[in-house]
Write a protein that binds this ligand. Sequence first.
Ligand code: NDP
Length: 285
Amino acid sequence: CFLSALGLLLAYYFYPATDSFRPEMLQGKRVIVTGASTGIGEQIAYHLARMGAHLVVTARTEAKLKKVISECLKLGAASAHFIPGTMEDLVFAEQVVTKAGKLMGGLDMLILNHIAPVNLRFFNGDVASIRKVMDINFFSYITMTSAALPMLKVTNGSIVVVSSIAGKLITPLIADYSAAKFALDGFYSSLQKELQLMNVNISITLCILGFINTDSAVKSLSGIVENITPSPKEECAVEIIKGGALRQKVIAYPSSIYISMWNPIRTIQEYFILLTYNIDNITRN
Ligand code: NDP
């Protein structure tokens, strides 16, 4: 048992993707990108456009989304649409998926990337603001995933969840953001195992990111976090797309932060916990 657990562990962490990435993998694929009006999401949209994907992008700022889709069409997107609105509204979150499915005639990949603006500060007892952040950064992700699962089952599609090192390691001043990112890890890591147990061929890729040079991140860390050079958002976006296309369980960017995911004890314990389950007695929907 121990040796097989160790084998699985090593395979989990070190086994290279069996397929190598080719941009054609995204050609004609139908993709939703959230938080695509700026930052990493905008760059993901541009790369997917160059690869010839069909795109539906969303965020709150309609004017920026219009510019993004016009650029996507110039870059070669098979089609590009935008749906503006706030992910604070979970009805909107669900509607984005159903509308996008109709616009594109199905769905191959759901890229969940948006976040509420980040304010570095001490927790001041404001529970309402934490709830708002959880709605935007966590519950809207789950809502969109739930709405997308039936379409993704048809296409053997992929869910890509953009998370952070702050969802793996503890840092002060971002308790709300960190809570949402840890929650995403817990939810999607569990869902990954459930889909596997049910033989549902939908991949989930959790993207663990370090400091990236988006305007918002540079601005919010300025004067507080020093002596770290941010990594380029353009390259980060490519790594996220590659991870999704290659159906990797987890990716880390920049690769230097990969060590933060190295938790062999957790992986061994998870393996043994699963051995105690009587899967045949679980009702499958
Ligand atoms: P940005 O702040 O640059 O972009 C956030 C996006 O989310 C924008 O498109 C914004 O558009 C949208 N958004 C904000 N509020 C809402 C809302 N209420 N409803 C719908 N959309 C909203 O973020 P980054 O590009 O820096 O980050 C992208 C992802 O990468 C996030 O998941 C983040 O946690 C992760 N990450 C980033 C790091 C970094 O250093 N940049 C580090 C680690 C992780 P609009 O305002 O128009 O709504």
